[in-house]
Design a protein around this ligand. Structure first.
Ligand SMILES: [Zn+2]
Length: 165
């Protein structure tokens, strides 16, 4: 189990750097991330959330295979958008409706250095965009207006930070 960094930790607002080597250290990180994500009942997790500022994220959406994305690049997003209530292992207990493109085309490498490209839609597309945001230091609450974000942070402070959850 890895420590999950929470809202308020600086690392969540930093831009992650490219993974230079597809080595055992990377594969160990990915394996530990899957354990941590499953333990937290998450469907996606990005390396900065566990304190590693590298461009790595994973997903495991119900009905889909577990996926690993190294050095990902979003090649295309649909014009069509949809709203869905998102949460995040780094901001427990907090949920908000977030508007995002409904479909994406992504290119990335897996943990063994094999490149791939595919189209995703629905929940998987949403998870990909949410996790990719983490690599750029962006949290889902950064995608609501300032007033609503302030309210969510306040709610988080009350519920989680002060231990009243
Ligand atoms: Zn998240």
């Amino acid at each position: 189990m890895l420590k999950i960094y929470k809202l308020g930790d600086e690392i969540l607002h930093k831009k992650a750097s490219m993974v230079p080597d597809f080595d055992q250290t990377l594969r160990d990180l990915v394996e530990a991330m899957f354990e941590t994500m499953h333990q937290g009942d998450g469907i996606g997790l990005a390396a900065p959330q566990v304190g590693v500022l590298k461009r790595v994220f994973i997903s495991n959406v119900t009905g889909d295979e577990p996926r690993v994305f190294i050095n990902p690049e979003i090649l295309r997003t649909s014009i069509e958008q949809s709203t869905y209530e998102e949460g995040c292992l780094s901001i427990p207990e907090i949920y908000a409706d977030i508007l995002r493109p409904s479909a994406v085309t992504i290119q990335a490498w897996n943990e063994r250095g094999k490149p791939f490209r595919f189209d995703a839609e629905g929940l998987l597309a949403r998870v990909i965009l949410h996790e990719n945001d983490h690599l750029n230091g962006i949290l889902f609450i950064d995608r609501v207006n300032a007033k609503k974000r302030k309210r969510l942070v306040k709610l988080y402070d009350r519920k989680v930070k002060n231990g009243c959850a």
